[in-house]
Write a protein that binds this ligand. Structure first.
Ligand SMILES: Nc1ncnc2c1ncn2[C@@H]1O[C@H](COP(=O)(O)OP(=O)(O)OP(=O)(O)O)[C@@H](O)[C@H]1O
Length: 345
């Protein structure tokens, strides 16, 4: 089932939480809404669920205008942070609630509840009450409950936020499995964690200040971000001021041939792992800091001639790392570089 938000604006009093928001999510597609706190991600999701009413714009499900329908009539699965479990119902009853409400046969409800609890690893807790579970366990039950009705659309608001690292990885795996097993489901996934968005989403919609900044297939957005904001938000890219010349661009006076800058695109974007330090040529600089990050060491380097700029360079942990204070040559492979417009604030 396709989900469409058309020119949706949501105001809370004088706060504009969402402004002129357009997004379409196809059946079988997962789109992550990614952005900093307060950027309007949850509001967009709640508008689809029917928990908030747009002051302008329309919401469509499978082409049908549902803007004026209450949440229960939209037939979609929702896991939002505030949408707690029913406290007086046991785990299994919570998971079976929607099926029972739809008057499905008892045996079918029991079978489906058992499958869902198995999927989220909560079989042993079926008879507990929500208050007897940890936050992460409650969240897993909430996911099971949302999926039990086999919804054509699933809305997830930070579903893994309450889980520790191991469980988060397990649940990410479960969500990926779910996508394979229910190939037609449309998922809208709110997160501020770029690694979750990259792991799960076909496309990522980056939000900022109530607006959509960029939307594109995840890999494309990561490799060739169209804006400085997206580049920085999606994995901490380096953004370095460059000057165009006929054959490419110059960084601190050093030519980087082969890069074509569209007018105004005077920031070079490159991921820390793509910069090479082991080549005979490159932009000269100096190592001024280092952080160990497990699989990599991240160096902070200055660029000769650019006082205010520092560059993050990832060096695989099994490689030799130049010492603090050492002069280095940073090579910027053309295929790993893109050029974006400078921020206009
Ligand atoms: N019910 C409400 N009443 C008033 N203002 C609200 C309400 N809900 C959200 N807002 C405001 O709308 C803006 C967008 O909030 P929203 O919850 O959509 O952001 P978010 O991107 O999901 O943030 P987070 O990652 O912190 O959950 C914020 O400025 C927030 O304070």
């Amino acid at each position: 089932m396709t989900v469409q938000l058309e020119d949706v604006t949501v105001n809370f009093g004088r706060t504009c939480a969402l402004e002129g928001f357009d997004l379409s999510v196809a059946a079988g597609e997962t789109v992550a809404l990614l952005g900093p706190s307060g950027s309007g991600k949850s509001t967009a999701l709640k508008a689809v669920a029917g928990f908030v009413r747009p002051s302008r714009g329309r919401i469509r499900l499978a082409g049908r205008d549902v803007t004026d329908l209450p949440p229960a009539k939209r037939g979609i699965g929702v896991v939002v942070q505030q949408y707690a479990l029913f406290p007086h119902l046991r785990v299994a009853e919570n998971v079976g609630f929607g099926l029972k409400a739809a008057r499905r046969p008892k045996a079918e409800v029991a079978k489906r509840v058992a499958e869902m609890l198995e999927m989220v690893g909560m079989t042993a807790y079926a008879r507990r009450f929500p208050r007897e579970l940890s936050g992460g366990q409650q969240q897993r039950v909430a996911i099971a409950r949302a999926l039990a009705i086999q919804p054509p659309v699933l809305l997830l608001d930070e579903p893994l936020a309450a889980l520790d690292a191991q469980l988060r990885a397990d649940m990410l795996g479960e969500l990926q499995k779910l996508r394979r097993e229910v190939p037609d489901i449309a998922i809208v996934y709110v997160t501020h964690d770029q690694s979750e968005a990259l792991a799960l989403a076909d496309r990522i919609a980056v939000m900022r200040d109530a607006r959509l900044v960029d939307v594109a297939p995840s890999a494309e957005l990561y490799e060739k971000p169209p804006s400085a904001f997206t580049a920085a938000f999606l994995g901490g890219a380096n953004l370095l001021p460059v000057e165009p010349f006929e054959g490419g661009v110059r960084l601190a006076g050093q030519a980087l041939p082969g890069l074509q800058a569209a007018p105004g695109n005077n920031l070079l974007c490159i991921r820390p792992h793509a910069i090479r330090l082991d080549r005979p040529t490159g932009v000269p600089g100096r190592v001024v800091g280092m952080q160990w990050r497990g699989a990599t060491n991240q160096l902070m380097c200055t660029v000769d001639g650019l006082a205010d700029v520092s560059v993050r360079v990832d060096v695989a942990a099994d490689r030799a790392v130049p010492a603090l204070g050492t002069q280095v040559l940073m090579e910027f492979p053309v295929e790993a570089c893109s050029l974006v417009p400078a921020e206009q604030n």
